[in-house]
Every structure is written in C-alpha cells, then in structure tokens.
Design a protein around this ligand. Structure first.
Ligand code: PLP
Length: 350
C-alpha cells in the first residue's frame, strides 16, 4: 500500500522550514524595513533590490490556467535539475535507499543520486526502447523509493508505453517520477490529467524545451498537495530569482506563439529525418516524439569529429548502452538543418 508518510525522510517530516520576511508579513505596506534589503537599490538598476516572491504565486496561477492543474499541485524549481535533487532530498535516505532508472536515459537522475549518496539500480530498456517489466519486477526491493521514467525519453526520443506506466503507477508503492520535458513535441498526451488518480505520481516539465527558455532555468513539478508541500519546505527560500520570474510571467502569456513554434519544430524534425535517411552514412533514424533525433550512423565517432571540424556540434552517444553508433541531433533552424545535411554529405564522399 502506498503511504507517503512512510516514504518521506524523518528529518524532512520534522523540518521547520525557513520563514522569510514575506512569510511573516503578508499584504501591502508603505515602507518595508523587514528583510535587510538595500533601500537605495544597486547603482546600475534600481529594480532588483527586493527579494523575489518565494512562493512563485503569479507564475503558478499562470501555469495552473495553462495546464488546468490547481496551483496547490504545482512546484517551481530552478530547472528540472533542482526538482530532481529535491526529490532525492525529500524521499531518499543517503547511504540506504535506492532508486530505479531505465538506461539509456537522462543523465541527471544518476548524477543527482550519486550526489545524494543514493544507490541506483539500472534496468536497461529493451531493444525497442520500452520498459523491461520482467527485469524491473526482479530489481525492485523493500528500499526502492523512486523510479525515473523519461517519456519522451532522452536520448532515444520515443514515448514509453502508457499501459506499462499505468501498471507501475497502480502497483509500485514508491514514487513514480515521469519526466515530461519533451511532452509538447509528442503525439502522446501528458499524464497531467491523471494526477488526481495517482498519489505516487510526480510529473516534471520545464520551460527549457518547447518554451525556448533553457537560459532562465525554470522547471515544474506536478504532484499531490502533500508532496508539493514537502518540496516547498525543503527548497531554498528564493530559488527563482526576480528576473527569471519576470521573464517567465511574460513568456507564459505567449501560449499561442509557443504552440505555433512547436508545430514548426515538429515539421523541421520530420524534414530533417527525411533528409538524413537519404544519406549513405545514415543507417537508421529512430522515431522521435521530441525535438531531437537519435541517428544510427556508419562510423559515428568519425562523423562526429567531421561535423565538429565543420563547426557543427551534435551529441556523440555511440558509447551509451543501446545507442551504439548513434548521434543525437537536436532539430535546428531550417538553415542549420541544411548546413548539417551538407556537412554530412561531404563525409559520405571521403
Ligand atoms: C529528459 C530531460 N529532463 C530534464 C532536462 C533538464 O531540464 P531543465 O533545463 O529544466 O533543468 C533535460 C535536458 O536536457 C532532459 O533531457
């Protein structure tokens, strides 16, 4: 039986969170002399002398309206990477608990586990890049606290079968984290609408991909209210800076433009896929639900070096499990995609 209180670390359960000046006085006032800010402001700009909203209230209201999820089920982090770290801090006892990852997948689940001294069990995906449920069943133990499902998965680009994920949500008594960083590029729908059905589900999304804002570092987690409260009380009080909050609020007004951009990038992805398939150095292009393509090449590493020599950087994944001879190529602008294809063409003729 899933029981959240049995999963949360005792030190986090008993933690009294830091109380900010804005927690202790809410509302409007004429003069604020309570937070040791610099009343004169910086010489270069007077705008950022006050601490930002630690609760990200307006951002959550906007995201709530866009995603149709109550604000109390939303957490905002300094990129998904902060959310990943916080999930370890809330749920995993260092040196004791363990988590499951499904390689090949996003590298930070493992790096963050190691930072937090959490043991990682690896259950590789099958050859079709889907979950190996039989091996998973054998791998899970009493101290398995979380599993990390990336869908669409980085670097393979595919969406994980919904039925398999539902099976895990219904049967695993720990936390199932669904990383939906690339969901806006996918034909499959998000698990957001199922949030209220599964108390063990945490969904991560980000402004770094479809929203085009990797530079500002803004990640989101969606989960039950008690899980969100644990994340809130564990995070640093001012984890989202004022400039980032300002930019995010502006960007979140532009849903229509973002949707147009997604359609455009998906079109470029399909065009790029066709162009790549016509090259003799390309053996296979894996189907993608993301903004990148995993491409099996002849002489992948030499091709990678050739592209770098031509000023084009892709990701060499040829040493990664199940990705032998593969390059991961992020979809670029039409010009960038054309430049890539031209450079790959000259590799063919070498
Ligand atoms: C699957 C996945 N999740 C999360 C991230 C990072 O997200 P953020 O920029 O919000 O930290 C990436 C970045 O490449 C990713 O591939």
């Amino acid at each position: 039986m899933f029981n959240l209180e049995n999963l949360v670390r005792p030190n986090i359960k008993s933690l009294v969170p830091y109380s900010t000046a804005r927690d202790e006085f809410k509302g409007s006032a004429r003069i604020f002399m309570d937070a040791n800010e610099n009343a004169l402001g910086s010489p270069s700009t007077q705008w950022y002398n006050r601490y930002p909203d630690p609760h990200h209230t307006r951002i959550k209201q906007k995201i709530s309206a866009i995603k149709n999820v109550p604000a109390s089920n939303i957490f905002i982090g300094n990129g998904s990477d902060e959310v990943i770290d916080l999930l370890y801090r809330v749920f995993c006892e260092p040196g004791k608990d363990e988590v499951v990852i499904f390689p090949p997948t996003y590298g930070m689940y493992e790096v963050s586990a190691r930072v937090n001294d959490v043991h990682v069990i690896k259950v590789p995906l099958m050859a079709d890049f889907q979950l190996d449920l039989r091996r998973l069943e054998q791998a899970i133990t009493r101290i398995t606290k979380m599993m990390w499902i990336c869908s669409p998965n980085n670097p393979t680009g595919n969406t994980i079968d919904r039925v398999d994920i539902e099976m895990l949500l219904n049967n695993f008594d720990g936390i199932v984290v669904m990383d939906e960083a690339y969901i806006n590029f996918s034909r499959q729908r998000s698990f957001l609408s199922e949030l209220s059905e599964y108390p063990n589900l945490v969904i991560m999304q980000t402004l770094s991909k479809a929203w085009g804002l990797a530079g500002i570092r803004l990640g989101m987690a969606f989960a039950s209210q008690p899980i969100i409260e644990y994340l809130n009380k564990t995070k640093p009080p001012y984890n989202i800076s004022q400039p980032v909050q300002d930019i995010a609020l502006k960007a979140l007004e532009e849903v229509g433009q973002v949707n147009e951009m997604i359609v455009e990038l998906v079109k470029y992805r399909m065009e790029l896929e066709q162009s790549l398939l016509a090259l003799s150095c390309v053996e296979h292009v894996y189907p993608s639900d993301a903004n990148f393509l995993l491409v099996k090449c002849r002489q992948a590493h030499q091709l990678y070096v050739h592209l770098v020599d031509n000023g084009i950087v892709v990701r060499d994944r040829s040493k990664v499990i199940l990705c032998n001879d593969c390059l991961r190529i992020t979809v670029g602008t039409q010009n960038e995609n054309q430049a890539l294809i031209s450079a790959m063409n000259t590799f063919q003729s070498q």
